[in-house]
Design a protein. Structure first.
Length: 413
């Protein structure tokens, strides 16, 4: 269930670290929701319906306080739906225990604001706020936002979005670049490597479309983190200035990059402006380009999260084709090889073909538009210049005598 309050939280910005910080040493920094975000690592969404009555002497004050248990990978987070005063008729704050032990004494709190009551739910807003959380010898600023929802006397759930990040600089050969590392799985660590791989044309290890790893941003142009940023999941190699590097982050938040030798080939996509993520048996690479071939590590891949752009002077927002997002959710994809020293022509994006997808159930026939790209991948969506949607298709059903028995216009779902 999604609420408008969460939409603004998908964008993440990060405050710059103090000038002159030691190269190679990362420092945890605060999120700033007003600034631009990293596309593959928005705040991590967490959800639970696992509630219990708050036990005595756990740090809650209201006798009706409830404690929710949330799984965060191999860790557990406990949150208490409570109030500032014991006799408060409704909850008005949330207590957080990031140790997972359920001890809320002297732990951080976030206000719980009433969002109103609908016919089926009482709704509350959590945050947004920044908490100071102790992790070992380090204090981590953690961005927190979400909601608490209650129906009747027994049905309830908590939805949270958590985010943390660290900032610093790293040497790549003779060049020092600004780096930011985004906690991609809400465990408040910054050295979780991507574990997805490829097997029988399917991406293995992605959970609900997320990589499950931390994400490294490298600013090749300085420390502004604008258009010159290279983004890579931690654990995979990255290409800068024609050289390949393996980035390493230690448990004490030190970052380094070692140059590595990688056999490469090239892919060519016959479109003027595009971006794509290639997931392979050994490599995962984010690419963007035009009609000229682009260098990638040699290997076997599938393509996911493809975007094709058609620009015009009439609108600042280009027309776009998006395809392959379902691949990160387990959909099977076409496999292709990139041999070392050779160029592979990749059929992807336009031209598109459309057909009617038809399914039946007792008393009903359901129709949907089935749009495929040049490589046979189902298209996620298409929009024209300025974000305009194409006209919805019309469905006409004919009987065996070629007589029309039904006609109707589809709707966007």
């Amino acid at each position: 269930m999604r609420k408008p309050v969460f939409a603004a939280l998908v964008s993440i910005g990060l405050a710059a670290a103090a000038a002159g910080a030691e190269a190679g040493q990362l420092k945890f920094i605060e999120y700033s929701p007003q600034r631009a975000a990293v596309a593959s690592a928005p705040p991590v969404p967490l959800y639970t319906r696992d509630f219990a009555q708050a036990p005595p002497a756990c740090g809650t004050v209201n006798p009706k306080a409830k404690v929710a248990t949330i799984s965060v990978g191999s860790h557990t987070l406990k949150v208490a739906i409570d109030s500032a005063k014991p006799d408060a008729p409704d909850p008005d704050l949330v207590r957080f225990d990031f140790s997972g032990k359920g001890d809320f004494r002297s732990k951080p709190t976030v206000p719980l604001k009433t969002m109103g009551t609908s016919t089926s739910y009482r709704r509350y807003q959590i945050g947004p706020a920044t908490l100071r959380v102790r992790r070992g010898e380090t204090t981590v600023p953690v961005f927190v936002a979400g909601g608490y929802f209650v129906r009747g006397t027994t049905y309830r759930y908590v939805y949270l979005m958590l985010g943390a990040a660290a900032d610093g600089s790293c040497r790549f050969g003779d060049k020092v670049c600004g780096v930011r590392v985004i906690d991609g799985n809400a465990n408040l660590q910054i050295n979780d490597a991507v574990k997805i791989s490829l097997k029988d044309g399917r991406v293995v290890g992605a959970r609900s479309g997320r990589l499950g790893s931390d994400v490294v941003l490298i600013d090749t142009g300085g420390r502004a983190f604008g258009k010159s940023v290279v983004e890579t999941p931690y654990g995979h190699r990255v290409r800068l200035d024609g050289k390949w590097y393996q980035v390493s982050i230690s448990d004490d938040a030190r970052i380094s990059a070692a140059e590595v030798k990688v056999e490469t080939g090239k892919i060519a996509i016959p479109h003027d402006s595009w971006s794509v993520t290639l997931v392979g048996t050994q490599h995962m690479v984010d690419l963007s380009g035009a009609r000229d071939p682009v260098e990638v590590p040699a290997g076997r891949y599938v393509a996911t999260s493809y975007r094709e752009y058609v620009r015009t002077t009439e609108s600042s927002r280009p027309a776009m084709v998006a395809a392959g997002r379902r691949v990160l959710y387990g959909a099977k994809a076409a496999v292709f090889d990139v041999p070392a020293g050779r160029t592979t022509q990749l059929a992807i994006g336009s031209p598109l073909t459309a057909s009617a997808g038809v399914s039946q159930r007792p008393g009903y026939v359901d129709f949907r538009a089935l749009v495929m790209d040049a490589g046979g991948t189902e298209v996620d969506y298409v929009h024209g210049h300025g974000g305009r949607r194409p006209d919805a298709p019309t469905v006409t059903v004919l009987n065996a005598k070629n007589q029309r028995v039904y006609q109707g216009k589809m709707k966007y779902g």
